[in-house]
Design a protein around this ligand. Structure first.
Ligand code: NAG
Ligand code: NAG
Ligand code: NAG
Length: 179
């Protein structure tokens, strides 16, 4: 219930801010950590600058206990003050349920839309194969994010925890700056 309400409020804030705020968002770093290398491990995970205008993000996760039929993703936003502190947003999504109907959760849907074209994750559960995000153009993400971000200037961290069968298996941290 409250998650649904949260999402609706959030979308309202996003829509409102399209008109109100024009800020610039830029990715600065990505860090991937496996918490259980018997379950999953990162073959690679990086941001690459090809030249001034073309940067991309790639990552590949090897899955060792397929098929995976139960996975939750927790996403939490942090803002840097003296250190990174939790900021406004902390939700957990049942990924298998979400993938059956990506319109069911507007915020998760928005984030998923940012990268699904560049990944092999655009299908319903189970997950049988290694997960790949291939050359997601940073420019594309920056533009999408800049359009809707309702946040003040500063350094941000989006931390995602990948929880399979109720055990946290991996952490992906994406860092960015709004100026
Ligand atoms: C940057 O690299 C991309 C891909 O190699 C290329 O298409 C583009 O023309 C390059 N841009 C500049 C300004 O060199
Ligand atoms: C987010 O919420 C979960 C569940 O309430 C909690 O365990 C976790 O510590 C929270 N994360 C942050 C960054 O506050
Ligand atoms: C996967 O992509 C296709 C084509 O873009 C789309 O029709 C379908 O709804 C997507 N499935 C999911 C689970 O997002």
């Amino acid at each position: 219930m409250s998650t649904k309400l949260d999402s609706l409020l959030w979308v309202f804030v996003l829509l409102y801010s399209i008109a109100e705020i024009s800020s610039k968002f830029e990715f600065t770093n990505i860090k991937c950590t496996s918490l259980d290398t018997n379950f999953a491990d990162f073959e690679y995970c990086f941001l690459k600058s090809v030249n001034r205008t073309y940067k991309y993000m790639s990552l590949k996760v090897n899955l060792f206990k397929t098929p995976i039929t139960k996975i939750k993703v927790n996403g939490a936003l942090f803002k840097r003050f003296s250190g990174y502190r939790p900021f406004m947003y902390n939700v957990t999504v049942d990924a298998c349920r979400f993938l059956k109907d990506t319109a069911s959760n507007p915020v998760a849907g928005y984030l998923f839309n940012l990268f699904k074209k560049y990944s092999n994750m655009n299908h319903t559960c189970p997950y049988d194969n290694d997960l790949v995000l291939e050359k997601l153009p940073i420019d594309f993400v920056n533009q999408q994010a800049t359009k809707v971000l309702p946040f003040p200037e500063g350094d941000y961290l989006l931390e995602s925890n990948w929880i399979a069968y109720d055990i946290n298996r991996a952490v992906v941290k994406v860092y960015g700056t709004i100026s």
